[in-house]
Design a protein around this ligand. Sequence first.
Ligand code: SF4
Length: 226
Amino acid sequence: MAKKNKYQPPKLSEEEKKRLKEILKRLKDAYPEAKIALKFSNPLELLIATILSAQCTDERVNQVTAELFKKYRSAKDYAEAPLEELAEDIRPTGFYQQKAKYIKECARLIIENFGGEVPRTMEDMLKLPGVARKTANIVLSNAYGVVEGIPVDTHVRRLAQRLGFSKEKNPDKIEQDLMALIPREEWGQIAYVFQAHGRKICKAKKPLCNRCVVKDLCPSRQDLTQ
Ligand code: SF4
């Protein structure tokens, strides 16, 4: 069987690398406290919250999990819960039928294959249903301090593209581009810095370029007179 070609991030000029380095510095300085917004007190709670955060705001997820985590305290609780009841409990997060199925199946596999504990490696995390690299990166890094990549959500994707870190559309390729350009010791925090800037300034529909700390370095800046 033919081997799949491994994705190779594009090579950048020294000048371009300097520009990206300066962007990272300014954004990190602008959001020094940037961190995960989901509330959790153990790896299982973070996994559940991250699954629920698909197509839903972190604020809404936090509202739902405030009650959910009182009712479901272990993987066994989720695995044994009637599907319809669990779906109803997470309904406000949207796509609740599918999310309930993923959560129950994840819980079952965590019990059967991982002794009731959320796995600690990327390889094992990706064996869980509904868990792609974004979720795995969030859980591994925030619950265990294991940083294997950069979680690419809608804000990270938008910022990476607008700022010229990546021309890709596929989140896994965007992640590869970011990992090639950003020092490893910064992988754990950079997604939250991008998220903070994306929420506050570089908004999806109408970016506030005239208030942006990297406007002079951004190839996507819009008319600053508006
Ligand atoms: S200049 Fe505008 S498009 Fe570029 S990062 Fe800043 S807000 Fe976003």
